[in-house]
Design a protein around this ligand. Sequence first.
Ligand SMILES: NC(=O)c1ccc[n+]([C@@H]2O[C@H](COP(=O)([O-])OP(=O)(O)OC[C@H]3O[C@@H](n4cnc5c(N)ncnc54)[C@H](O)[C@@H]3O)[C@@H](O)[C@H]2O)c1
Length: 290
Amino acid sequence: MSNKNKSFDKKILIIGLGQIGYSNAEYMTSLGLKVDGYDISEKAVKQALKDGIIQNYSENFENYDYYIICISTHNPENMFVPYLDGMYQIIQKISVEGKKGALVGIDSTITAGTCEKIIEILKHRLHVVHVPHRFYIHEKKEHGVCQTRVLGGCGTCCINEAIGFYGDKLNIPLHIVQSVRVAELTKTVENSYRFLEIAFAEELKMICDYTNVDFKELRESINTKWNIHILDARDGIGGHCLPKDSQMFLEFSNNVVVTSLVRAAKMIDQQYRFHLMQKASGELPLITHR
Ligand SMILES: NC(=O)c1ccc[n+]([C@@H]2O[C@H](COP(=O)([O-])OP(=O)(O)OC[C@H]3O[C@@H](n4cnc5c(N)ncnc54)[C@H](O)[C@@H]3O)[C@@H](O)[C@H]2O)c1
């Protein structure tokens, strides 16, 4: 625990104690900061209390200086679909109980335009920033809480307040953007781009399977080129980040372009999943005329 934070009497409330909320709380507590938590899942709360990464469970949002929102933003019934109702419920609660002048930091992934609605609901009584998380559970040290994060705010005062917390207090390297919409889009675009890269590998893998070409050998051969890196194709694009984040991007870009690469990538991913099932059942027809 860091001694320098013992006199720091500001209070943090982490809202959502899943993967990223837990890691945030764990890190902030390790710095000696005062961290409480809130989650709708009793299991998540019990675990956080048991592990000592939060001091208290708090349903009461009064008197916190930092509200760090880490809740899930996909539809509980379908992880491919974005869902922000929970986020707006939390914001309503903060608007009633939250401390004037406190910072609301949104670490969860959100659709472009969300922060503008949030600041309106809060009537700018609190500062609002978006600091999208880039957490990768398998490489927590390199790609955990303290990797470079993009930070955008609803005003200069919001950004300054957030630099003091995320940058100075938490020591997170920050890339500041002036428009909060750019921060929102950064996250959904980077994951859409990743989606495209994986979908391309899946397309190539299907073509190889149908035409009896060794995908591994082809991939290794292509990747000898200095500026190319074809990814591996595995089980389909899963998890609750890439599918819903690329959907958020599609909702934002809707009708701007005639046809979207991201939309096509989603169709390829679906076809690839079907392809894997066919392969597993030995039903895959070979195309031999090439
Ligand atoms: N896990 C990652 O690798 C990762 C990386 C980058 C960004 N994100 C984003 O961070 C956000 C959270 O992801 P996660 O992986 O921690 O999810 P998670 O499912 O592990 O945890 C989310 C937690 O939020 C809680 N929750 C949901 N709605 C709530 C509400 N209305 N009030 C209080 N608690 C609520 C859930 O009970 C759960 O404990 C998502 O937007 C996700 O896209 C996740």
